[in-house]
Write a protein that binds this ligand. Structure first.
Ligand code: SF4
Ligand code: SF4
Ligand code: SF4
Ligand code: FES
Length: 322
């Protein structure tokens, strides 16, 4: 049994969905609310394809393959539908993939990660990261106008993190024990400006109040970078489709920035959830949908936390659950 995909004849198996048929033939179709062998329902429309016989745009993750179908997965119309769907998802998503301090450092130093190591007492790791960005003891921060401190989001809450003096402090403690074999080799890292990082979200008045009260790390750093960015499909597709930020204004229904720790190793950030439902359909009495329409949210009641297993983080297509 065959179908035509982009004018090529490919075989399919009984019970296949279009995305399974295409992927088996090596044709890649993006998907967010679909995961192989997991319970799923169409919601994101990133997997859109065109049924050439009816002229309709359909979700390939739930449409069953039927003999003689003629499917288009790559025309301008299909790509536009996917881009639009992505932009709509991003209009409801706190896409703070990168920390502003790291983005503006002229030497490409991953400032947020340096502070992360500092806050967790890993001074040697923090030092190595600094030493990779620029040679020591020629510490570039001393002469730099510190755009990182101007961009620091902590500054919108009260005072920016004193990044320069913190870096100097790390270097002073470590430079004596510097055991790098090649001290002249480090090359400045540079951020890949083509990678999607859109919003650098502003805090609401309530969020600022809550942050003042809760951030207790020595540096006072808010750790703005997304901890779930590794493997984030939302970011991958936004990068591939050239989406820089959503054309649609930010939804006021998006939940406030918060992190819910689940046991020892998982974390849930509701403001980054795209409501794909994978964690809801694949957990038994764990995650749940709350409310309906634009204000619908995915929630995890504290009494349900014990029912959550790690594999749900693998199903989550973005950095909401990691
Ligand atoms: S709060 Fe921390 S991670 Fe955020 S911009 Fe400031 S230094 Fe960077
Ligand atoms: S979930 Fe993905 S798109 Fe969202 S902030 Fe994290 S890396 Fe960026
Ligand atoms: S948290 Fe759940 S509903 Fe939200 S994006 Fe991740 S898997 Fe989907
Ligand atoms: S992957 Fe098909 S609708 Fe989301």
């Amino acid at each position: 049994m065959n179908i035509l995909v982009n004018d090529k004849t490919i075989a399919f198996q009984e019970g296949d969905t279009l995305i399974e048929t295409a992927r088996r033939a090596g044709i890649n179709i993006p998907a967010l609310c679909y995961a192989k062998d997991a319970v799923h329902k169409s919601s994101c429309m990133i997997c859109a394809v065109k049924d050439c016989k009816s002229g309709q745009i359909i979700p390939s993750c739930t449409t069953k393959t039927v003999a003689e179908m003629q499917i288009d997965t790559e025309s301008e119309e299909v790509v536009l539908t996917r881009t639009l769907s992505l932009e709509l998802l991003l209009s409801d998503h706190r896409a703070d993939c990168e920390a502003p301090c790291s983005l503006v450092c002229p030497f490409g130093l991953d400032v947020e990660r340096v502070i992360h190591f500092y806050d967790s007492g890993q001074l040697a790791d923090a030092f190595r990261l600094i030493a990779t960005a620029f040679p020591l003891p020629e510490l570039k921060c001393r002469d730099c106008k510190a755009p990182c401190e101007k961009a620091c989001r902590r500054g919108t809450v009260d005072q920016p993190v004193a990044i320069r003096s913190l870096i100097e402090k790390i270097c002073q403690k470590n430079v004596i024990n510097d055991d790098r074999s090649d001290k002249q080799s480090p090359q400045p890292l540079s951020h890949d400006k083509t990678i999607f990082y859109s919003r650098l979200g502003q805090f609401t008045a309530n969020e600022k109040q809550a942050l003042k009260a809760t951030i207790t790390t020595e540096s006072r750093c808010l750790h703005c970078a997304c901890e779930g960015k590794k493997g984030c499909k939302l970011r991958e597709y936004a990068t591939a489709l050239g989406v820089k930020r959503s054309r649609y204004s930010y939804s006021s229904a998006t939940p406030a920035m918060s992190k819910q720790k689940i046991g020892d190793c998982l974390c849930f950030e509701p403001a980054k959830c795209i409501k794909c439902g994978l964690c809801v359909y694949n957990s038994d009495n764990g995650f749940a949908f709350q409310k309906r329409g634009f204000v619908m949210q995915v929630v995890l009641p504290p009494q349900n936390e014990a029912n959550i297993s790690r594999h749900l983080a693998e199903l989550c297509p973005c950095g909401a659950l990691y």
